[in-house]
Design a protein around this ligand. Structure first.
Ligand code: HEM
Length: 211
């Protein structure tokens, strides 16, 4: 079978059998850690979304319910909270290593995908912090949207889309929740899988390693 006709399982098998260049082992380890922490976020997030209610009147009670009444709910929420910080640190260390080793040189795609994925992970953590929808979160959303409105040309439109009207309301919370639990994680996943795919391809062709 021609090389380009092989399926993903064959490519993976071939990549796993290929020797991994020594200088790439740290990066691959960090990449695997990023993927593992991301999957932990998705897993704990899905468990919480079984009980979390994205409506201003019910949100506080539902978060209390997760912490107090759901078996292991406190642990699941704690894991979601702390692994969010761990994920951001892992992404930043991964990028810092790439900068120090000038790995982006000649393979700019990895670099762009990594920077974009890190920015989106930070956006996920940021939108997650707003989901408690307490007084603090409400005023933070108002302040952020006022800043977004000052972006030339697209600002007012963008703020109106996130706000879902002229005032911060229940629609804003449900849009923030959709962005947090669906749109942004999907985009991060696509970026992580694309970088992984590019690296598997390069290891397989013996092109990975060095800069
Ligand atoms: C990169 C991925 C993600 C990151 C970095 C992230 C981060 C966060 C953070 C920092 C919070 C606030 C935690 C707190 O109040 O202590 C949060 C809340 C929440 N997240 Fe995520 N999250 C991610 C993905 C997801 C996904 C995929 C789902 C659901 C499918 C989800 C569902 C939730 C829910 C329901 C809450 C509200 C409960 C609460 O306030 O603790 N998250 N997230």
């Amino acid at each position: 079978m021609a090389e380009h006709e092989q399926g993903i399982p064959d490519m993976l098998k071939a990549a796993l059998r290929s020797p991994i260049p020594h200088e790439l082992r740290g990066d691959l380890g960090l990449g695997a850690l990023v993927i593992a922490l991301f999957l932990l976020q998705v897993f704990t997030g899905i468990l919480m979304s079984l009980y979390y209610q994205p409506s201003p009147d019910a949100v506080a009670e539902s978060v209390q319910y997760i912490m107090r009444d759901v078996s292991w709910g406190w642990l699941v929420r704690g894991l979601h909270h702390w692994s969010s910080s761990a994920l951001i640190v892992a992404c930043l260390v991964h990028l810092a290593r790439a900068v120090l080793a000038a790995r982006y040189r000649g393979r700019a795609w990895y670099w762009y995908l990594g920077v974009l994925a890190t920015m989106l992970v930070i956006l996920s953590a940021f939108t997650g912090e707003l989901l408690t929808w307490d007084n603090d979160a409400y005023w933070r959303v108002r302040a952020i949207l006022a800043d977004v409105e000052t972006i030339p040309l697209v600002g007012p439109e963008l703020a109106a889309i996130v706000r879902g009207g002229s005032e911060v309301s229940a629609t804003t919370l449900s849009r923030t929740y959709s962005a947090h639990s669906l749109f942004v994680p999907w985009m991060v996943w696509m970026l992580l899988i694309s970088s992984f795919g590019l690296i598997v391809r390069d290891v397989r062709r013996g092109k990975a390693g060095g800069s």
